[in-house]
Design a binder for this molecule. Structure first.
Ligand SMILES: O=C(O)c1cc(=O)[nH]c(=O)n1[C@@H]1O[C@H](COP(=O)(O)O)[C@@H](O)[C@H]1O
Length: 308
């Protein structure tokens, strides 16, 4: 399929959310020691290649479990990079499997650099089908290098119907050291939001959203409300739900009045659901896929109840 024939990233994400009735994003953050025993066994010989094979198997099986339950997945590049070249091949296989399964893929690699280098990152990651070697619908990026570092991503988003999620207000406790600083009477994160809103102008699709999304943590509900208002044209990726303490109540302010415009990531509490006491007893390690589906259904239900 040519990228010229496909709808914009923002519109495809809106369609996927509507089709699945889910705003959950399943974070694919594999950690060897937390994988089910049947998957860990693949890595028994202790090599990075074997561990990468385990990550591929886990990622693909996980995708098969959630593909009809959620709109999108977010593979976390760090865990794959940690394994060297074999891990990067595994990341590519997992992205491809998700895309083939009809899921929207956000590759979480938090990339960016000076403009000319940013172009290379954008070309590498963005665009499905034959458009890019990684084949992601979207990528997380840092705004730290300024507007000219984001513009190459915007150009590639335009050319390939792709999207990015720019770090605005991150979920970690220390993010405020820089993000909350006041400059000209405005926080740094609010200045980033202003830039995102500017970049989306002229690019807004029928969903009402543009290709430049924002990352705002579930752990900062007040700032999430502030950012929803500041960026009416921006999809918000909300991480920090579950393991980091964010609740359904905390993420409500990220949605528009149609219950759209935001997706809520959960990694550990979904993908390792077989380790959570309430699911461990019922399903155990051997039925880890059932634990993932139960945890995903539960998160979908809790969010749907609050958002509607
Ligand atoms: O960009 C992200 O997705 C991200 C931004 C942020 O502010 N906080 C944050 O936790 N993340 C990512 O979201 C995932 C959260 O994982 P869990 O805490 O296991 O749900 C990890 O892959 C983080 O790298």
């Amino acid at each position: 399929m040519s990228h010229n024939e496909i709808a914009s990233f923002a519109d495809r994400l809106a369609d996927a959310v509507r089709r699945t009735g889910s705003v959950t994003c399943v974070g694919i953050d594999p950690r060897l020691e937390q994988l089910p025993a049947s998957i860990q066994r693949i890595a028994d010989n202790g090599t990075l290649d074997a561990q990468a094979a385990a990550y591929t198997q886990f990622g693909c099986e996980l995708i098969d479990v959630v593909k009809d339950r959620v709109a999108c997945v977010k593979p976390q590049a760090a865990f794959f990079e940690q394994l060297g070249p074999a891990g990067m091949v595994s990341l590519g296989q997992v992205i491809r499997h998700a895309s083939d399964a009809g899921l929207m893929v956000i590759t979480d690699a938090k990339r960016n650099d000076i403009g000319s280098t940013a172009t290379a990152y954008a070309q590498a990651y963005l665009g499905v089908g034959e458009a890019s070697p990684w084949g992601s619908d979207s990528l997380t990026v840092s705004p730290y290098l300024g507007r000219d570092s984001l513009e190459p991503f915007v150009e590639v988003c335009d050319a390939r119907a792709a999207g990015v999620f720019v770090l605005v207000k991150t979920s970690n406790p220390g993010g405020g050291l820089l993000q909350d600083r006041l400059t000209d009477g405005q926080t740094v994160y609010a200045r980033v939001a202003e830039l995102i809103e500017e970049l989306n102008q002229g690019r807004i699709g029928k969903s009402g959203y543009g290709p430049i999304g924002a990352v705002v943590g579930a752990t900062y509900p007040e700032q999430l409300a502030e950012m929803r208002a500041a960026m009416p044209s921006s999809w918000i990726l909300i991480p920090g739900f579950g393991a980091q303490g964010g609740t359904a109540q905390d993420v409500l302010a990220g949605f528009d009045d149609q219950g759209m415009g935001a997706i809520v990531n959960n990694s550990r509490n979904l993908i390792f659901a077989h380790r959570r006491p309430e699911f461990a007893e019922k399903f155990g390690d051997a039925r880890w896929q059932d634990a993932v589906s139960a945890a995903t259904d539960e998160m979908n239900a809790v969010l749907a109840q609050r958002i509607s």
